[in-house]
Ligand binder design. Sequence first.
Ligand code: ATP
Ligand code: MG
Length: 283
Amino acid sequence: MAKVIAICNQKGGVGKTTTAINLSVYLALSEKRVLLIDIDPQGNATSGLGINKHNIKTSIYDLMIEEIEPSSASIKTRINNLSLIPSTISLTGAEVELVGTMGREYRLKKALSPILNEYDYIIIDCPPSLGLLTVNSLAAAGSVLIPVQCEYYALEGLSQLVNTINLVKENLNSSLSIEGVLLTMADFRTNLTSEVIKEVRSFFKGKVYETIIPRNIRLTEAPGFGKPIELYDKNSIGAHRYQEFMNELLGVKKDITQEIPSVNNAKTNNDNELQKISEGEIK
Ligand code: ATP
Ligand code: MG
């Protein structure tokens, strides 16, 4: 049975899609059978994998609204073992269309049930809202992965997200849990980043991954070329860190006692150097 992970944070631009794409790709390259579901009307996971949205015939919209067979909505990607259920802008209307329908929160769960044994992992890239599309994702998922950007107000809205997760757990999906919290876009040269890391670790206790994704220009560029980081620049720090993150998620050997990176310790200096290299400051 597939492990279904919803990647969720109602805050925009925190790295949900980047994480969804690259986690899915590295899982697939580790011989796992993976389905990535793009449930965001922006369709960034779809275009980020190089799929031309104009050529899409069936999408997540048809799966949830028209209740078509999931196999006819999924497409193979150029990565072995990785399929995608794409999204298009038509999904924008779905939340309104679903209002008033029976079992509207369970549309995705119902759609996925016949294919759960075809995959090892189903990764859902959620939109930046806590609306019905996200609620459908949380109702269908076993766990939630929360990317948190190392920025001012990183914790803002996270209580609301946790409340929503708890509400879904109480009312729709009692087995839902928090898979983990992934810190993203860290700039180890700033004190702000270490402050945010400390705050997030104290808010989520042992749920925060040891692996931290740095801000890396190659990760910013890759979607513009329709490529995951492994195909765009597999030697970049972004590629290395997403691979490490996948290993941590799989091995789940979290060493939460390890020192929190600060601007002064060795690990951070190492990251700092790597970051400069990746940003082109050091050749
Ligand atoms: P939305 O809420 O709009 O769906 P999101 O949470 O899915 O956004 P992404 O689309 O993954 O966030 O990332 C936002 C932007 O930041 C994108 O342009 C992406 O390429 C870039 N980005 C994501 N992670 C990194 C990173 N670690 N380093 C540099 N740029 C990044
Ligand atoms: Mg996104």
